[in-house]
Ligand binder design. Structure first.
Ligand code: SF4
Ligand code: FES
Length: 368
């Protein structure tokens, strides 16, 4: 078998080797962290995606070892393959930082700033993007383009006003379902995601459009407005499903299942597509075998309060303060007369008195 050809590429001064044909974005994902450009339309699990949103622009400061000339314009890293000896600048390029702020501004021209009431808040890629790369103010003074909300069947709602026309849901329906019934209609300012004849999206894998939508344009009608995602505890769970792998993330509050989504990787992309039955109809903890907490790899508020890592005992600070190990540690209950765990303060009438703590006379005292 012929050996795989490897190309050396340097991104933000970090050099790695990747197989020929790898895109700059995928090469940057191998390095990870801030070196990786954001992506709003590219989706590695869906063929043909990318090239629509321009958020992944990078500067190629050296084309290749053979032809070291820089590329004249910023390029979309999701659609440009690496060359041997290529040098790329992402966050180390002021041109890129500036252009990305411009892209965010364009994406927000028609996108409503309704994060406080949007179900996607906390897990919206556009929210993160504008926080990390956008400007605080807006220069847009005109009326935004708006659409009425449409129910696409009884499980999915389309709020076209929030759509950034990334085409991910269209590619998904093309590649994952037997018959695509929605797409982008019209062009330019009139372009919109629609089913045209109000056909509902009812294929058994169509629920995955909710997971690939980077914004709150396609939402789960069984979950809308039920809870904020950061109040829920995501858990890896599985079930014996005849249609899909049955591996999902269930989002719990207490022992109530508020929603079910596919499991997503560190780039926010679905690991395993799940069927509509798992997503919309299995809302009892007894439907699932809970495996344990799911780590959500996003820096937004959604990953707060989730105890996914091993817990650590607090550091012992007493020896450090004393300069030596304590000779003896006493249990406060053994040495104090006023801190008896057997004395229930709620049973004491009026303010507590020293006699209340006399265990010989207090008739409510229970030795613990
Ligand atoms: S509805 Fe969502 S996934 Fe579909 S094109 Fe719009 S933003 Fe992209
Ligand atoms: S992610 Fe590359 S153009 Fe959208």
């Amino acid at each position: 078998m012929a050996e795989e050809q490897l190309f050396k590429v340097t991104i933000d001064n970090i050099t790695i080797e990747v197989p020929a044909g790898t895109s700059i974005l995928e090469a940057a994902r191998k390095i990870g962290g801030d070196v990786t450009p954001p992506a709003m339309c590219y989706y590695s699990k869906l063929k043909g995606t990318g090239g629509k949103c321009r958020t992944c622009l990078v500067e190629v400061s050296k084309g290749s070892e053979k032809d070291p000339r820089p590329m004249p314009k910023l390029v979309a890293s999701c659609r440009t393959t690496v060359m041997d000896g290529m040098e790329v600048k992402n966050i180390t390029s002021s041109k890129v930082v500036d252009a990305r702020a411009g892209v965010v501004e364009f994406l927000l021209i028609n996108h409503p700033l309704d994060c406080p009431i949007c179900d996607q808040a906390g897990e919206c890629h556009l929210q993160d993007l504008s926080y990390e790369h956008g400007d605080a103010g807006t220069r847009f003074e005109f009326e935004k383009r708006t659409f009425k909300k449409v129910d696409l069947g009884d499980k999915i709602q389309l709020h076209m006003t929030r759509c950034i026309l990334c085409y991910r849901c269209v590619y998904l329906a093309d590649q994952l379902t037997n018959k695509r019934v929605h797409g982008v209609l019209d062009r330019g300012d009139h372009a919109q995601i629609a089913t045209y004849i109000k056909e509902s999206l009812d294929n058994e894998f169509i629920g995955n459009v909710i997971d690939v939508c980077p914004v709150g344009a396609l939402t789960d009608r069984t979950f809308r407005f039920k809870n904020r995602v950061w109040f829920l505890k995501p858990q890896n769970a599985h079930r014996d499903c005849p249609t899909c792998s049955g591996k999902a993330t269930v989002w719990l509050r207490g022992d109530e299942v508020f929603r079910v989504t596919a499991r997503k990787d560190e780039w926010g992309e679905v690991e395993d597509w799940i069927c509509n039955e798992c997503r919309f109809d299995k809302k009892l903890t007894s439907d699932w075998v809970i495996e344990g907490p799911r780590e959500i790899n996003r820096h937004s508020v959604i990953s707060q309060n989730h105890y996914t890592k091993e817990t650590k005992d607090p550091q012992e600070f007493l020896p450090e303060i004393l300069g030596r190990k304590p000779r003896i540690l006493l249990d406060i209950h053994d040495v104090s007369d006023v801190d008896k765990p057997g004395i229930d303060l709620s049973l004491i009438e009026g303010p507590a008195h020293s006699t209340d703590f006399d265990t010989n006379t207090n008739e409510n005292y229970e030795s613990k």
